[in-house]
Design a protein around this ligand. Structure first.
Ligand code: COA
Length: 255
């Protein structure tokens, strides 16, 4: 079977590549665990200084696998999603992302935990949790309003408006938009620059810059995970998932 997450090490950077192109890199339990394993390796190994997460050249990720969500499941505790969501906000070393094509759901919200984000013009972001009868996750209910303001966040989280790479740059969600044949190399070059900086200073800077939101983030993420897991089992989500696979519009009128 093809490995759904590939890792490679270059000059102190661990590159984490999502590799399930036929399903738009939709994240399975195996993939969440693969990413978490790589992030754990980054934290443990002194010779590793920076993580870089990317997808296939024209797709970052379509978010959580909806077949898995249809089976119910959980994003709390020891589930693979829960493990990933517990790992990414407390990383002490920098994480860089390189994004092209769809970055849906957690494909966008994980970027709020990254330290540098580079995108190609074809990147398309969306957080469709409410469209799916769910609620915001991965700390996005706190981090997004902080970053873009409450009213903009309402458009993105409640109306689930999709947005382009340029719009993401304007909102501060990505650092820069680069041509499709350059965005991955640029992200890697920037990751390698970070990897050459003094590591204790980098870790101190990250800790200090994230400190103000860290405590609040913990309790917000616990509440998000509780509600989200409850809603996964609800009628609105079941209708939304069925509609996706039946390629029709969901009907929420009966709820
Ligand atoms: N979970 C499971 N399968 C998914 C998926 C997901 N999140 N996203 C895409 N796929 C599958 C499709 O079912 C399709 O499978 P098939 O070829 O067996 O029919 C394949 O990946 C290609 O997807 P498709 O929708 O045909 O590609 P597209 O280029 O037209 O659209 C997206 C790409 C990402 C815009 C669209 O697939 C999409 O909206 N996906 C769902 C995103 C989502 O709601 N994620 C959950 C967030 S919480």
């Amino acid at each position: 079977m093809t490995q759904q997450v590939l890792t490679e090490i270059q000059d102190g950077v661990i590159i984490i590549r999502l590799n399930r192109a036929d399903k738009k890199n939709a994240l399975t339990g195996e993939m969440y665990n693969g990413i978490s394993d790589a992030l754990d390796q980054l934290e443990r190994d002194n010779s590793l200084r920076v993580g870089l997460i990317t997808g296939t050249p024209d797709c970052f990720t379509a978010g959580n696998d909806l077949v898995d969500f249809m089976k119910g499941g959980s994003i709390t505790g020891n589930s693979p999603v829960g493990r990933f969501l517990a790992t990414i906000p407390v990383l002490t070393k920098p994480l860089v992302a390189a994004v092209n094509g769809p970055a849906v759901g957690v494909g966008t919200t994980m970027l709020l935990h990254c330290d540098l984000v580079y995108a190609a013009p074809g990147a398309k972001f969306q957080m469709p949790f409410i469209n799916l009868g769910l609620c915001p996750e991965a700390g996005s209910s706190l981090l997004l309003p902080q970053l873009v303001g409450y009213r903009r966040a309402t458009e993105l989280l409640m109306l689930c408006d999709a947005f382009t790479a340029d719009e993401a740059k304007d909102m501060g969600i990505v650092n820069a938009v680069l041509p499709a044949d350059q965005y991955q190399q640029h992200a890697l070059d920037q990751a390698k620059r970070l990897a050459r900086q003094p590591p204790s200073s980098i870790r101190a800077a990250k800790k200090l810059m994230r400190r103000a939101s860290q405590e609040a983030l913990k309790s917000v993420m616990a509440e998000e995970a509780r509600l989200f897991t409850e809603m996964l089992d609800g009628g609105e989500a079941k209708e939304a998932f069925a509609a996706f696979f039946e390629k029709r519009k969901p009907d929420f009128s009966k709820f």
